[in-house]
Design a binder for this molecule. Sequence first.
Ligand SMILES: CC(C)(COP(=O)(O)OP(=O)(O)OC[C@H]1O[C@@H](n2cnc3c(N)ncnc32)[C@H](O)[C@@H]1OP(=O)(O)O)[C@@H](O)C(=O)NCCC(=O)NCCS
Length: 149
Amino acid sequence: MSFVKPLIRSMELEDLDEVLEVEKSCFKIPWTRLMFEDELINSNAYYYVIEVDKRIVGYVGFWKIIDEAHITNVAIHNDYRRLGYGRALINALLNKAKELEIIAVTLEVRVSNLAAISLYERFGFVSSGVRRGYYSDNNEDALIMWLKL
Ligand SMILES: CC(C)(COP(=O)(O)OP(=O)(O)OC[C@H]1O[C@@H](n2cnc3c(N)ncnc32)[C@H](O)[C@@H]1OP(=O)(O)O)[C@@H](O)C(=O)NCCC(=O)NCCS
């Protein structure tokens, strides 16, 4: 598969069937429809999907908390990885964050998730600590990462 110019736009309720497909291809414990519905009515939450040839292949979300952005998740369908779409989503998120006058962006990531850690590091995120046993499914630690804008 090769890179096709994607479309990045706000996530809508009508997108959730496809978003849930992405979610299932990415996580052992996927978010449910209800969880996404809750996010979409949260006025401090910003969610975007990335479409390739009219198919949703990924999404990203963050919460605006005062002047910080907390990334809640980023996911690219298993069939569309390593094509630059994850990078395109983070880029769009950072542009939106700047528009909202956000001064710093943070997230938690599993210490074993080298793909995601590498993606974030490419944007200049740095590790600032560890939350021990943060993930209850396997008691895995979370790396806390920050990017100052
Ligand atoms: C993390 C994820 C979003 C990356 O999406 P992607 O579209 O494949 O990433 P990109 O193609 O934009 O890659 C950008 C950079 O990220 C890093 N990266 C991505 N996948 C990687 C991998 N498997 N191994 C190492 N580095 C990787 C590389 O630095 C890459 O740059 P390069 O291709 O020039 O080397 C994707 O792997 C994913 O959805 N994983 C499952 C869900 C998940 O773990 N989300 C993060 C939760 S915190």
